[in-house]
Design a protein around this ligand. Structure first.
Ligand code: FES
Length: 112
């Protein structure tokens, strides 16, 4: 079973985590199932950017993003080459290393 290593996030996952995943699950669903409360304002229908994640390792193993996801990602805070929407990133066979951005567009905190 693929593993997802979640890098430490100050609020959602201060110590980081290693999660067991199954092929076909989204990265967001695995995080939520493990009490890592990544935002998902549109309830996973690719209509927001709050589930934005950055895939530090294993990016190419994920299901490919479609045009709608790429359009949404363009609006995400802190967009990077390895950015995905967590609800649209479907896990295949490889392990992943995932970073949850410090901010999302719902909660941009300017003083941190
Ligand atoms: S939860 Fe809105 S795009 Fe993923």
């Amino acid at each position: 079973m693929p593993q997802i290593i979640v890098l430490p996030h100050p609020e959602l996952c201060p110590d980081g985590a290693v999660l067991e995943a199954k092929k076909g699950q989204s990265v967001l669903d695995v995080a939520l199932a493990n009490d890592i409360d990544v935002e998902h304002a549109c309830e996973k229908v690719c209509a927001c950017t709050t589930c934005h994640i950055i895939v530090r390792e294993g990016f190419d193993s994920l299901s490919e993003s479609d045009e709608l996801e790429d359009d949404m990602l363009d609006k995400a805070w802190g967009l990077e080459m390895e950015s995905r929407l967590g609800c649209q990133a479907i896990i295949q066979d490889e392990d992943l290393v995932v970073e949850i951005p410090k901010y999302s567009l719902n909660h941009a905190k300017e003083n941190n």
